[in-house]
Ligand binder design. Structure first.
Ligand code: SF4
Length: 400
Protein backbone atom coordinates (compact mmCIF):
# COMPACT_ATOMS: atom_id res chain seq x y z
CA UNK A 1 0.00 0.00 0.00
CA UNK A 2 1.27 3.50 -0.72
CA UNK A 3 0.26 6.86 0.64
CA UNK A 4 0.42 10.05 -1.36
CA UNK A 5 1.92 12.90 0.63
CA UNK A 6 2.90 16.41 -0.37
CA UNK A 7 6.42 15.08 -0.47
CA UNK A 8 5.60 12.20 -2.84
CA UNK A 9 4.53 8.58 -2.56
CA UNK A 10 5.44 6.76 0.62
CA UNK A 11 5.11 3.04 1.06
CA UNK A 12 3.10 2.11 4.12
CA UNK A 13 2.87 -1.60 4.91
CA UNK A 14 -0.60 -3.03 5.44
CA UNK A 15 -2.27 -2.17 8.72
CA UNK A 16 -2.00 -4.81 11.43
CA UNK A 17 -4.48 -5.55 14.18
CA UNK A 18 -3.89 -3.56 17.35
CA UNK A 19 -3.37 -5.54 20.54
CA UNK A 20 -6.61 -5.84 22.42
CA UNK A 21 -5.19 -3.97 25.40
CA UNK A 22 -3.84 -1.06 23.36
CA UNK A 23 -6.56 1.12 24.83
CA UNK A 24 -7.16 0.97 28.54
CA UNK A 25 -10.86 1.36 29.27
CA UNK A 26 -12.06 3.71 31.99
CA UNK A 27 -13.60 0.76 33.87
CA UNK A 28 -10.23 -1.00 33.90
CA UNK A 29 -8.62 2.22 35.14
CA UNK A 30 -11.23 2.44 37.94
CA UNK A 31 -10.63 -1.20 38.85
CA UNK A 32 -6.87 -0.62 39.02
CA UNK A 33 -7.29 2.51 41.16
CA UNK A 34 -9.69 0.60 43.41
CA UNK A 35 -6.92 -1.89 44.15
CA UNK A 36 -4.56 0.75 45.55
CA UNK A 37 -3.30 0.12 49.06
CA UNK A 38 -3.04 3.82 49.80
CA UNK A 39 -5.42 6.63 48.81
CA UNK A 40 -4.88 8.86 45.79
CA UNK A 41 -3.07 12.14 46.47
CA UNK A 42 -5.43 14.73 48.02
CA UNK A 43 -5.06 17.06 45.02
CA UNK A 44 -5.86 14.34 42.48
CA UNK A 45 -8.53 15.32 39.97
CA UNK A 46 -11.23 12.63 39.78
CA UNK A 47 -11.13 10.81 36.45
CA UNK A 48 -7.96 12.62 35.37
CA UNK A 49 -5.66 10.49 33.23
CA UNK A 50 -2.86 8.76 35.11
CA UNK A 51 -0.04 10.67 33.42
CA UNK A 52 0.00 13.38 30.81
CA UNK A 53 3.28 14.96 29.80
CA UNK A 54 2.85 18.05 27.66
CA UNK A 55 5.57 19.88 25.73
CA UNK A 56 8.24 18.92 28.28
CA UNK A 57 11.52 20.79 27.94
CA UNK A 58 14.39 19.60 30.10
CA UNK A 59 17.72 21.29 29.44
CA UNK A 60 21.20 21.06 30.97
CA UNK A 61 23.25 24.13 31.66
CA UNK A 62 26.84 24.04 30.39
CA UNK A 63 29.39 26.84 30.30
CA UNK A 64 28.59 27.43 26.62
CA UNK A 65 24.80 27.41 26.92
CA UNK A 66 21.87 25.02 27.37
CA UNK A 67 21.84 21.46 26.05
CA UNK A 68 18.28 20.82 24.89
CA UNK A 69 18.19 17.17 25.90
CA UNK A 70 14.38 16.97 25.94
CA UNK A 71 12.73 19.61 23.83
CA UNK A 72 8.97 19.61 23.50
CA UNK A 73 8.08 16.00 24.32
CA UNK A 74 4.42 15.06 24.91
CA UNK A 75 2.91 11.68 25.75
CA UNK A 76 0.39 10.01 28.01
CA UNK A 77 0.23 6.84 30.09
CA UNK A 78 -2.97 5.10 31.12
CA UNK A 79 -3.59 2.94 34.20
CA UNK A 80 -2.15 -0.52 33.65
CA UNK A 81 -0.44 0.42 30.41
CA UNK A 82 3.19 -0.25 29.41
CA UNK A 83 4.95 2.39 27.34
CA UNK A 84 8.39 1.80 25.84
CA UNK A 85 10.86 4.59 25.15
CA UNK A 86 13.15 3.81 22.22
CA UNK A 87 15.92 5.61 20.38
CA UNK A 88 19.70 5.67 20.22
CA UNK A 89 21.93 6.84 23.08
CA UNK A 90 21.52 10.48 24.15
CA UNK A 91 18.13 10.85 22.45
CA UNK A 92 16.53 11.94 25.73
CA UNK A 93 14.91 8.72 26.98
CA UNK A 94 16.49 8.67 30.42
CA UNK A 95 16.25 12.46 30.81
CA UNK A 96 12.52 12.20 30.12
CA UNK A 97 12.20 9.51 32.79
CA UNK A 98 14.32 11.39 35.32
CA UNK A 99 12.24 14.53 34.67
CA UNK A 100 9.10 12.67 35.77
CA UNK A 101 10.69 12.05 39.17
CA UNK A 102 12.76 15.23 39.03
CA UNK A 103 15.92 13.33 39.81
CA UNK A 104 17.94 15.44 37.43
CA UNK A 105 21.62 16.31 37.94
CA UNK A 106 22.24 19.71 39.49
CA UNK A 107 22.69 21.41 36.10
CA UNK A 108 19.45 19.97 34.73
CA UNK A 109 16.26 22.00 34.75
CA UNK A 110 12.70 21.61 33.52
CA UNK A 111 12.35 24.81 31.52
CA UNK A 112 8.90 24.30 30.06
CA UNK A 113 5.85 22.09 29.81
CA UNK A 114 3.92 20.11 32.38
CA UNK A 115 3.93 16.63 33.97
CA UNK A 116 0.40 15.94 35.15
CA UNK A 117 -0.04 12.94 37.41
CA UNK A 118 -3.73 12.41 38.29
CA UNK A 119 -4.14 15.99 37.00
CA UNK A 120 -1.52 17.39 39.41
CA UNK A 121 1.33 19.23 37.71
CA UNK A 122 4.53 17.83 39.23
CA UNK A 123 6.69 20.25 37.24
CA UNK A 124 5.40 23.04 39.49
CA UNK A 125 6.04 21.24 42.79
CA UNK A 126 8.76 22.18 45.25
CA UNK A 127 11.39 19.63 46.24
CA UNK A 128 9.58 19.08 49.54
CA UNK A 129 6.16 18.61 47.93
CA UNK A 130 7.63 16.15 45.45
CA UNK A 131 8.44 13.76 48.29
CA UNK A 132 4.74 12.86 48.37
CA UNK A 133 5.00 11.56 44.81
CA UNK A 134 8.49 10.10 44.48
CA UNK A 135 8.47 6.37 45.27
CA UNK A 136 4.85 6.63 46.47
CA UNK A 137 3.37 7.31 43.02
CA UNK A 138 6.33 6.99 40.62
CA UNK A 139 9.28 4.76 41.35
CA UNK A 140 12.23 3.60 39.32
CA UNK A 141 14.26 0.48 38.69
CA UNK A 142 17.72 1.75 37.85
CA UNK A 143 20.24 0.22 35.51
CA UNK A 144 22.94 -1.67 37.39
CA UNK A 145 21.49 -2.56 40.79
CA UNK A 146 24.97 -2.85 42.36
CA UNK A 147 25.39 0.90 41.93
CA UNK A 148 21.85 1.70 43.05
CA UNK A 149 22.08 -0.12 46.40
CA UNK A 150 24.16 1.07 49.32
CA UNK A 151 26.82 -1.68 49.65
CA UNK A 152 27.03 -1.49 53.46
CA UNK A 153 23.31 -1.74 54.29
CA UNK A 154 21.35 -4.98 54.18
CA UNK A 155 18.98 -5.25 51.20
CA UNK A 156 15.93 -5.75 53.45
CA UNK A 157 16.70 -2.55 55.38
CA UNK A 158 17.14 -0.54 52.19
CA UNK A 159 13.75 -1.70 50.95
CA UNK A 160 12.20 -0.89 54.33
CA UNK A 161 13.53 2.69 54.23
CA UNK A 162 10.94 4.21 51.86
CA UNK A 163 8.18 2.49 53.87
CA UNK A 164 9.42 4.16 57.04
CA UNK A 165 10.13 7.59 55.59
CA UNK A 166 7.44 7.89 52.93
CA UNK A 167 4.61 6.00 54.64
CA UNK A 168 5.55 6.45 58.30
CA UNK A 169 5.61 2.73 59.10
CA UNK A 170 7.46 1.48 62.17
CA UNK A 171 10.84 -0.16 61.62
CA UNK A 172 9.50 -3.62 62.46
CA UNK A 173 6.46 -3.32 60.16
CA UNK A 174 8.57 -1.91 57.33
CA UNK A 175 11.13 -4.71 57.64
CA UNK A 176 8.42 -7.37 57.65
CA UNK A 177 6.89 -5.83 54.53
CA UNK A 178 10.32 -5.68 52.88
CA UNK A 179 10.75 -9.42 53.44
CA UNK A 180 7.28 -10.01 51.91
CA UNK A 181 8.22 -7.91 48.89
CA UNK A 182 11.47 -9.83 48.41
CA UNK A 183 9.48 -13.05 48.57
CA UNK A 184 7.07 -11.66 45.97
CA UNK A 185 9.90 -11.08 43.48
CA UNK A 186 11.38 -14.53 44.07
CA UNK A 187 14.09 -13.92 46.69
CA UNK A 188 13.84 -16.45 49.55
CA UNK A 189 13.06 -14.89 52.95
CA UNK A 190 16.29 -16.31 54.41
CA UNK A 191 18.29 -14.13 51.97
CA UNK A 192 16.55 -10.92 53.01
CA UNK A 193 19.33 -10.01 55.44
CA UNK A 194 22.04 -10.25 52.75
CA UNK A 195 24.22 -7.35 51.69
CA UNK A 196 23.97 -6.39 47.99
CA UNK A 197 27.31 -8.01 47.06
CA UNK A 198 26.09 -11.33 48.49
CA UNK A 199 23.33 -11.55 45.86
CA UNK A 200 23.73 -12.47 42.19
CA UNK A 201 23.13 -9.84 39.50
CA UNK A 202 19.64 -11.18 38.76
CA UNK A 203 18.73 -11.27 42.46
CA UNK A 204 19.93 -7.70 42.95
CA UNK A 205 17.76 -6.57 40.06
CA UNK A 206 14.81 -8.42 41.60
CA UNK A 207 15.56 -6.66 44.88
CA UNK A 208 15.54 -3.31 43.03
CA UNK A 209 12.10 -4.20 41.69
CA UNK A 210 10.96 -5.05 45.24
CA UNK A 211 12.20 -1.64 46.38
CA UNK A 212 10.37 0.07 43.51
CA UNK A 213 7.17 -1.76 44.53
CA UNK A 214 7.50 -0.93 48.23
CA UNK A 215 5.09 2.01 48.40
CA UNK A 216 2.58 0.54 45.92
CA UNK A 217 3.28 3.16 43.22
CA UNK A 218 1.02 3.80 40.25
CA UNK A 219 3.95 3.96 37.82
CA UNK A 220 7.25 2.10 37.68
CA UNK A 221 9.99 3.33 35.38
CA UNK A 222 12.48 0.69 34.26
CA UNK A 223 15.65 2.33 32.97
CA UNK A 224 17.45 -0.41 31.06
CA UNK A 225 16.58 -2.82 33.90
CA UNK A 226 18.05 -5.86 32.16
CA UNK A 227 21.06 -4.42 30.34
CA UNK A 228 23.77 -5.89 32.58
CA UNK A 229 22.17 -9.33 32.81
CA UNK A 230 22.62 -12.45 30.72
CA UNK A 231 19.77 -13.40 28.39
CA UNK A 232 18.27 -16.06 30.67
CA UNK A 233 18.12 -13.76 33.68
CA UNK A 234 16.96 -10.93 31.44
CA UNK A 235 14.00 -13.05 30.32
CA UNK A 236 13.17 -13.90 33.96
CA UNK A 237 13.28 -10.24 35.03
CA UNK A 238 11.07 -9.17 32.12
CA UNK A 239 8.63 -11.96 32.89
CA UNK A 240 8.58 -10.84 36.51
CA UNK A 241 7.89 -7.21 35.57
CA UNK A 242 5.17 -8.24 33.14
CA UNK A 243 3.55 -10.53 35.73
CA UNK A 244 3.61 -7.84 38.40
CA UNK A 245 2.19 -5.30 35.99
CA UNK A 246 -0.77 -7.50 35.16
CA UNK A 247 -1.30 -8.70 38.73
CA UNK A 248 -0.94 -5.36 40.50
CA UNK A 249 -2.30 -3.13 37.73
CA UNK A 250 0.94 -1.17 37.51
CA UNK A 251 1.76 1.17 34.70
CA UNK A 252 5.22 0.74 33.27
CA UNK A 253 7.58 3.02 31.39
CA UNK A 254 10.37 0.88 29.98
CA UNK A 255 13.55 2.36 28.57
CA UNK A 256 15.72 0.05 26.51
CA UNK A 257 17.77 -0.15 23.35
CA UNK A 258 16.44 -3.62 22.75
CA UNK A 259 13.45 -3.31 20.43
CA UNK A 260 12.52 -6.97 20.91
CA UNK A 261 12.11 -6.33 24.64
CA UNK A 262 9.77 -3.42 23.89
CA UNK A 263 7.83 -5.48 21.36
CA UNK A 264 7.30 -8.24 23.91
CA UNK A 265 6.57 -6.12 26.95
CA UNK A 266 4.89 -2.87 25.91
CA UNK A 267 1.52 -1.77 24.59
CA UNK A 268 2.83 1.41 23.01
CA UNK A 269 6.23 2.73 21.98
CA UNK A 270 7.57 6.28 21.82
CA UNK A 271 10.52 6.68 19.48
CA UNK A 272 12.69 9.66 20.34
CA UNK A 273 15.35 11.37 18.30
CA UNK A 274 17.58 14.20 19.52
CA UNK A 275 15.25 15.21 22.34
CA UNK A 276 12.02 15.09 20.39
CA UNK A 277 9.31 12.58 19.53
CA UNK A 278 9.75 11.06 16.07
CA UNK A 279 6.90 8.55 16.23
CA UNK A 280 4.57 7.10 18.84
CA UNK A 281 1.84 4.51 18.72
CA UNK A 282 0.79 0.91 19.41
CA UNK A 283 3.87 -1.33 19.39
CA UNK A 284 2.56 -3.72 16.75
CA UNK A 285 1.72 -0.86 14.40
CA UNK A 286 4.93 1.12 14.83
CA UNK A 287 7.26 -1.85 14.49
CA UNK A 288 5.40 -3.51 11.60
CA UNK A 289 4.61 -0.34 9.67
CA UNK A 290 6.98 2.42 10.78
CA UNK A 291 6.26 5.74 9.10
CA UNK A 292 9.04 8.06 10.28
CA UNK A 293 12.30 7.55 8.33
CA UNK A 294 14.22 7.33 11.63
CA UNK A 295 11.91 4.63 13.00
CA UNK A 296 12.33 2.71 9.76
CA UNK A 297 16.09 2.87 10.05
CA UNK A 298 15.95 1.87 13.71
CA UNK A 299 13.71 -1.12 13.01
CA UNK A 300 15.82 -2.19 10.01
CA UNK A 301 19.03 -1.97 12.03
CA UNK A 302 17.74 -4.59 14.45
CA UNK A 303 18.21 -8.33 13.78
CA UNK A 304 15.02 -10.00 12.63
CA UNK A 305 14.75 -13.79 12.64
CA UNK A 306 11.92 -13.73 10.12
CA UNK A 307 13.59 -11.46 7.57
CA UNK A 308 15.92 -12.83 4.93
CA UNK A 309 18.63 -10.30 5.70
CA UNK A 310 22.30 -10.88 6.32
CA UNK A 311 23.37 -7.26 6.55
CA UNK A 312 21.69 -4.91 8.94
CA UNK A 313 20.92 -1.30 8.10
CA UNK A 314 23.23 1.33 9.53
CA UNK A 315 22.10 4.84 10.37
CA UNK A 316 24.89 6.89 8.87
CA UNK A 317 26.15 10.01 10.66
CA UNK A 318 25.84 11.19 14.24
CA UNK A 319 23.00 12.75 16.25
CA UNK A 320 23.20 16.55 16.31
CA UNK A 321 24.88 18.61 19.01
CA UNK A 322 21.96 19.56 21.25
CA UNK A 323 23.82 22.65 22.45
CA UNK A 324 23.08 24.09 19.04
CA UNK A 325 20.66 21.74 17.26
CA UNK A 326 19.92 22.32 13.59
CA UNK A 327 16.76 24.27 12.81
CA UNK A 328 13.87 22.34 11.32
CA UNK A 329 13.92 18.54 11.62
CA UNK A 330 16.82 17.34 13.75
CA UNK A 331 17.10 14.14 11.72
CA UNK A 332 17.51 16.05 8.45
CA UNK A 333 21.34 15.77 8.23
CA UNK A 334 21.00 11.95 8.33
CA UNK A 335 17.73 11.52 6.45
CA UNK A 336 17.79 10.25 2.89
CA UNK A 337 14.39 11.85 2.22
CA UNK A 338 15.22 15.32 3.48
CA UNK A 339 13.63 18.14 1.51
CA UNK A 340 14.45 21.84 1.68
CA UNK A 341 11.54 22.36 4.07
CA UNK A 342 13.04 19.83 6.50
CA UNK A 343 16.07 21.99 7.23
CA UNK A 344 13.95 25.08 7.84
CA UNK A 345 10.68 24.18 9.51
CA UNK A 346 10.13 21.94 12.53
CA UNK A 347 7.78 19.15 11.35
CA UNK A 348 4.40 19.31 13.08
CA UNK A 349 3.10 16.22 14.85
CA UNK A 350 0.12 14.55 13.20
CA UNK A 351 -1.98 11.61 14.35
CA UNK A 352 -3.42 8.85 12.16
CA UNK A 353 -6.58 6.83 12.60
CA UNK A 354 -4.56 3.79 13.77
CA UNK A 355 -3.31 5.76 16.77
CA UNK A 356 0.17 6.49 15.43
CA UNK A 357 1.63 9.98 15.88
CA UNK A 358 4.45 11.13 13.61
CA UNK A 359 6.51 14.30 13.27
CA UNK A 360 7.80 14.34 9.70
CA UNK A 361 7.20 16.57 6.68
CA UNK A 362 6.45 13.46 4.64
CA UNK A 363 3.15 13.46 6.53
CA UNK A 364 1.84 17.02 6.45
CA UNK A 365 -1.26 18.13 8.28
CA UNK A 366 -3.08 18.22 4.93
CA UNK A 367 -2.62 14.44 4.50
CA UNK A 368 -6.16 13.00 4.08
CA UNK A 369 -5.38 10.18 6.54
CA UNK A 370 -4.36 12.57 9.31
CA UNK A 371 -7.11 12.72 11.92
CA UNK A 372 -5.59 15.18 14.37
CA UNK A 373 -2.65 17.44 15.05
CA UNK A 374 -2.24 16.56 18.72
CA UNK A 375 0.32 19.12 19.72
CA UNK A 376 1.45 22.44 18.47
CA UNK A 377 4.80 22.24 16.71
CA UNK A 378 7.77 22.66 19.02
CA UNK A 379 8.74 26.27 19.36
CA UNK A 380 12.45 26.01 18.69
CA UNK A 381 13.20 29.03 16.55
CA UNK A 382 13.85 28.19 12.97
CA UNK A 383 16.35 30.00 10.80
CA UNK A 384 14.85 30.35 7.33
CA UNK A 385 17.42 31.00 4.68
CA UNK A 386 17.05 34.42 3.06
CA UNK A 387 14.77 34.24 0.08
CA UNK A 388 13.67 30.65 0.71
CA UNK A 389 10.07 29.73 1.31
CA UNK A 390 9.02 26.82 3.49
CA UNK A 391 7.28 24.07 1.62
CA UNK A 392 8.22 20.83 0.01
CA UNK A 393 10.31 21.46 -3.02
CA UNK A 394 11.40 17.98 -3.93
CA UNK A 395 9.66 14.66 -4.22
CA UNK A 396 11.56 12.18 -2.10
CA UNK A 397 11.86 8.56 -3.05
CA UNK A 398 9.78 6.26 -0.88
CA UNK A 399 11.47 5.23 2.36
CA UNK A 400 12.23 1.60 2.98
FE1 SF4 B 1 13.41 13.21 6.94
FE2 SF4 B 1 12.27 15.57 6.50
FE3 SF4 B 1 10.91 13.66 7.73
FE4 SF4 B 1 12.92 14.88 8.96
S1 SF4 B 1 10.99 15.80 8.32
S2 SF4 B 1 12.54 12.72 8.91
S3 SF4 B 1 14.32 15.20 7.29
S4 SF4 B 1 11.66 13.62 5.63
Amino acid sequence: MTEQTEGGQVEIPEAVALPSDATISSSKAAEIRGRRQYPLPKLAVPDAPLLEVKDLKTHFRLRDGWVKAVDGVSFGLADGEALGLAGESACGKTTTALSLMQLLPSNGQIRGGSIELFGIDLAQKSEKALQRYRWREISMVFQGAMNAFNPVIRVRDQIAEPLQYRLGQSEATARARAVELLDMVGIPRRRAGAYPHELSGGMRQRAMIAMALACDPAIIIGDEPTTALDVMVQAQILELLEGLRRELGLSLILITHDLSVLAETCDRVLVMYAGRVAEEGPVSRVFKAPRHPYTRKLVNSFPNLHADKRTLDVIQGQPPDLLDPPPGCRFAPRCEFAMPVCTEVVPPEVRFADGVRVACHLFPTSDPEVVATPTTPPTTPTKPKPGSSPGPAASPAPPG
